[in-house]
Design a protein around this ligand. Sequence first.
Ligand code: IFM
Length: 479
Amino acid sequence: MDRRQLLLASAAALPAAAGPGPAAAKTQAHRAFPPGFLWGAATAAYQVEGGWRDDGKGPSIWDSFAHTPGRIAEGATGDVACDSYHRYREDAALIRRLGLKSYRYSLSWPRLQPDGRGPLNDKGLDYYKRLTDAVLAAGARPSVTLYHWDLPQALEDQGGWPNRDTAARLAEYAGLVGAALGDRIDHWAVLNEPKTFTHLGYWQGAHAPGRKEPLAFLKATHTANLGLAMGYRALKAASGRARVGTVCDVAPMLPRKDTPADRAAAARYARFLNRWFLEPALTGAYPRVLPPDREKALLGWRDGDETLIRADLDHVGLNYYTSWTVADDPSGSNGVPGLNTLADWGTGPHAKTDNGWDIYPQGFYDILVDMHGLTGARPIEITENGASYNMRPDAGHHIHDSPRIDYLRNHLGEVRRAIAAGVPIKGFHCWSLMDNFEWAAGYTQRFGLAYVDFKGDLSRTPKDSFLWYRDVIARNGLG
Ligand code: IFM
């Protein structure tokens, strides 16, 4: 038995949360999920770890961005965040209490490679060994993302994602980490939401590194796709049992008006958002968005990239929150040649979450069925789904977040429907295990199942949604 099997076996000996009795199980059968469904929750390194300069960690673009006045709501930073770097055992206790079957987290690249190249930082590595062992001991499968947006600042200083060399750096990092942690971790994703970190980081400037350069942004998307495929190969070469995929955020694109022009714009934007970071790996080519005669130059495509960019991904992670509305914009004001759209995130006619995102569960089903057409028989996991609701503790220190329960119940219902329609969905990860640093919104938006007392002692308190989700997991279905 290797270390991972040993830890999982001892976790299996723990008392399980009570499941439903036989009568209840019968009436709930129609809401049951497939046996072995991987119920999970997710976090990401910069959003929870803190310890931003501990034990030799180098600065990331998010350290630099958050330390720049005016970038983050209320001047917040991830310097401390949930302090998971020191309190990961408390996180593991939440995992155990929920009965999670899978815990998705990310590795901080600059904690492991402070300058983005060269040998791994032993102390950083030691942290991820301890964290992973705690996750395994809590009974959950580690599901680990290599890159969730915290690029080493040293690599940004050399051009960042628009610089093609960043793909080679990512592959080096992937290989070293795969060799060092492959005894504990099987399930890997190379990237989290390449659409968001390239769009917001290099095109819109709202996220680190805060650049607004549409042409550099297009090159960044190509480097990310090369990095995915090269990182995939490096991980597999380093660890024979690694199952490697990637995580994409996807959304239905709704035409602003029911006109042929807006419908065509929505279809274009769908190719650019939902497929741009999967089709190159799976087919060796980009979906048609850019003018064909300029595509290679705009992306920095070189001969041979059609081979280099391919990766037969073992699984695909999809994140879903809300929908977009898209209008045709022949003026091309967004700066991306051929895209010709105006697009708004989170908009629509439905009720909103506390951060203003439209609640549209039906769109989840629609996009899952749509993406299945591209990903085929590959297992899909929902790697993120959840909602921001900012309820505070009441006098008895209870957090009554019933809107989050409604959100999750309705979205899980759509996942269940997609499974019944034949989409091979193997797991679901709630975003997030606990409240954390919500990027440009700082600590103003709470997505957690557990409340974190950011202004006090950083204690984690299960919300009503936590207890509800624990019961869903215990009965393997919606009640
Ligand atoms: O917090 C983020 C996460 O890092 C990536 N997906 C969306 C979440 C909510 O905005």
